[in-house]
Design a protein around this ligand. Structure first.
Ligand SMILES: [Zn+2]
Ligand SMILES: [Zn+2]
Length: 292
């Protein structure tokens, strides 16, 4: 396996699912592993972080940078099941957006409150260091840089730009593009596009964009304002940024493998003439995205 890569350990949004109808695209919620040189970086602690943690323990990894997009359940709930937190000598830096109402340390402490879990945050064996990220203030970890931009989602939510000397990857799990829009992508009114110009600029120049497309066009009519994109509106972001590859993630828990294959072909049809390759992100062991 290549040394420098991104690997998906959770591609489901909202709620974990299981069953044979989810076997191809996976049922665990968001967790992304990034390996670059000797850096071990994770984005979000959805349920996918549980199997990732077991793998990191096997590899005796002792220093982990964990970045959080926001504090919704599907991005946090795997944390108590992340085995490295019970390992003395492990240091985990937890980077999160500034939380306006309560700090992330308090949120994690609540996640491990006696009403919810048998172990307290102060009892975990790893050394946890909480730090804050700021929009467009990149963090450099050796040759790897992680940058942040706010998305259109309830609560303060960041997306990520993962940059190496050779690749730029956008990673956006929760973002409602073109809020409330159902029309043709050829003539989107400026007042619908304008709120998204900052994000489009931030992601322009990426080699790959991983971005959600949680709802079909028909589903989006019922779920406007919930913080997630329709397939066509997400395709618009790809068109505008000009990235040659789109991996869709944060799959709706109601979408089976066959639904996601249908979404994949809708995306391909929307982006074919723009020469943008589309795929729904999935989790087989062999699938990694090289970043060297
Ligand atoms: Zn989410
Ligand atoms: Zn969310």
């Amino acid at each position: 396996m290549t040394k420098n890569y991104l690997k998906f350990w959770g591609t489901r949004g909202s709620c974990a699912v299981s069953g044979p109808e989810y076997a191809k695209f996976g049922g665990n919620t968001c967790a992304l592993e990034i390996r670059y040189e000797d850096q071990v970086v994770i984005i979000d602690t959805g349920t996918g972080i549980r199997p990732l943690g077991r793998e990191l323990l096997k590899q005796k990894v002792q220093n982990i940078h964990l970045f959080l997009s926001h504090s919704h359940w599907d991005h946090l709930v795997g944390f108590p099941f992340f085995d490295p937190i019970y390992e003395p000598g492990v240091h985990i830096t937890i980077w999160s957006p500034p939380n306006i109402r309560r700090s992330y340390r308090e949120l994690f402490s609540d996640l491990l409150a006696p009403e919810f879990f048998p172990v307290r945050l102060e009892q975990v064996k790893a050394d946890l260091e909480f730090k804050t990220t700021q929009q467009k203030t990149p963090i450099s970890l050796g040759g790897l840089t992680i940058d942040f931009h706010v998305t259109n989602h309830p609560g303060l939510t960041y997306c990520f730009k993962i940059v190496t000397p050779h690749k730029k990857i956008g990673y956006i799990t929760d973002n409602e593009m073109l809020q409330g829009y159902h029309g043709s992508l050829d003539n989107v009114p400026p007042e619908i596009v304008d709120p998204h110009l900052g994000l489009i600029g931030f992601l322009t120049g990426c080699d790959t964009i991983v971005h959600e497309a949680q709802y079909t066009a028909a589903e989006y009519r019922q779920k406007m304002g919930w913080g997630h994109s329709s397939v066509p509106n997400a395709a618009y972001l790809l068109q505008k940024t000009g990235a040659p590859q789109w991996l869709a993630t944060h799959h709706d828990p109601s979408h089976t493998d066959s639904d996601l294959l249908a979404i994949e072909s809708d995306a391909k049809a929307l982006l074919h003439q723009h020469k943008i390759a589309c795929q729904a992100a999935w989790i087989p062991d062999s699938y990694v995205l090289a970043i060297h």
